[in-house]
Design a protein around this ligand. Sequence first.
Ligand code: ADP
Ligand code: MG
Ligand code: ZN
Length: 610
Amino acid sequence: MNKRRGFSIWPVVVLILMIAYMLYTTIQRGNTGNYSYTQFVRDLEAGTAISQVVIEPNQELPSGTIYAMKDGKQYSFYTADVGRVEQEMLDHGYTNYTTTDVVRPSWIEQNIVYLIMAGALIFFLFFFISGQQNAGGNKMMNFGKSRARMTREGVNNIRFKNVAGLEEEKEDLEEIVDFLKNPQKYTKVGARIPKGVILVGPPGTGKTLMAKAVAGEAGVPFFSISGSDFVEMYVGVGASRVRDLFADAKKNAPCIIFIDEIDAVARRRGTGMGGSHDEREQTLNQLLVEMDGFGVNEGIIVMAATNRVDILDPAILRPGRFDRKVAVGRPDVRGRREILDVHVKGKPLGDDVDLDQIAQTTAGFTGADLENLMNESAIAAAKEGRAYIVQNDIRQSFVRVGIGKEKKSRVISDKEKRITAYHEAGHAILFHVLPDVGPVYSVSIIPTGIGAAGSTMPLPEKDEMFNTKGKMIQDIIVSLGGRVAEELIFDDITTGASQDIKSATGTAKAMVTQFGMSDKVGLICYADDENEVFIGRDLAHARGYGENVASAIDGEIKRIIDECHQEARRIITEHIDVLHSCAKLLIEKEKISREEFEALFTDKALTDSQ
Ligand code: ADP
Ligand code: MG
Ligand code: ZN
């Protein structure tokens, strides 16, 4: 962050003033007038031309300026040595001259540069000190003014219909909209309307969009500011921004104040490391003071968004502050389908585009991802000079948006390619064979650009509320498939499976410590909150169980992984023909579709039965 953002103008101003002054003085000094020494001497020799001379010595003797009256006009020139001019005049017997006092520039003139510099210094010091002393009471030059962007009714034309899916969330917020529209309805029956609503969810799920839609629906002004805007520059500025923001809002009530990324200011106090956390605490305190300060039904609703509710200071969630929490999750299949509908508006689609299928294959995508997907597809279509999007554009963009860019340019050795092909084929076979996972949507050995050498993407049939033990076991088996294939085919194994192993271990650990799926460990939750910040507060967090339990847990995790490993080996060995043919096809085509992959099994069945 640019810490001096608010100041950058001042050094420039000072510099310009200094340069201007120097130029001014040099021009003055260098101004030798309309006459020259040679000319003067010549005139002296002529004897009659010059009527009167004034010598004006400079402060830096012996230089000075000579003024001579000639034919009723005044001429002047600069000389480096007034003594020489005087001598010259005496030599020519010219005595009608006067010498003025040495010209002394006024004290101010002499020291203006230093004055400016000292002034600037005092200014800076004053700003620092006052900023530190009175928690942001400093309003000098608007440095502390809130930079909240205000969107007024009319400008904000986002409505609930622009937010696809998220039906429950909209329902939750409907009441807020209604309150902003008809506050009397609520105040009449003495209802207390929440002051603050916090939207919680992963980035790109539409939290900002939702807050805007609430303002749009209610037709009230929308003040938005990001938490990270608060936390910058000097101590006290954030707090003063909060104050200004609320002051502005009060003048415009009813309205909505939206604080994006509130976790940047409202982190749990007394945690975190390093620098500006005094500043953050002051900002947070000011925010709490302001929220407590305005009356219950004043018509201001503070909305906030974060993706880290776990790190928020509990004080902010107390009644009378952000006491309403709305979880904005990743969309389910239906939600994704609706979001796609929103974002294909104005984008002509070819006949082969199947939005239902895209919605199905994009599990985990957020609204922002889907918007990005459709935009990329439109770009791909435009690049090929087509006026409509075809399925292939989307397929290409899918890889780009979902798992990184197809990087065909990077040179991959044949050996790498072969290993990756077998690795992915291993995953794919297990996905296909095991009942609760898969089927496979695509298998690819095109690098994803985000570290993975290839990818095997399952096609989620439906979004499930909870997992079963059987499915979790199968997830682990699938994760290990890549490594198993490498073991079976090559003498050596690679580091490429580290992510797979990590996720397998994670699942196994959750089964044992969270879901009570291990008889040996039992129905006890041993999991620590893994989402907690692991610095500061949590350093002192005790594990809460003894060595015996710890080793039992580790033993169970290992047992589950080992059994899954055995099973993966068994299944892949059984389908070793498919492993070879799949790897071969992958090496040849780099990417195969579901149909091509499933055909490998039927081909095999055909040849077997013959
Ligand atoms: P967040 O604030 O949760 O990070 P945004 O509201 O900024 O997410 O969403 C970014 C963009 O993604 C939006 O401008 C919109 O185009 C798209 N988007 C996200 N969620 C949705 C949704 N539910 N419906 C339609 N578009 C969405
Ligand atoms: Mg946002
Ligand atoms: Zn893998």
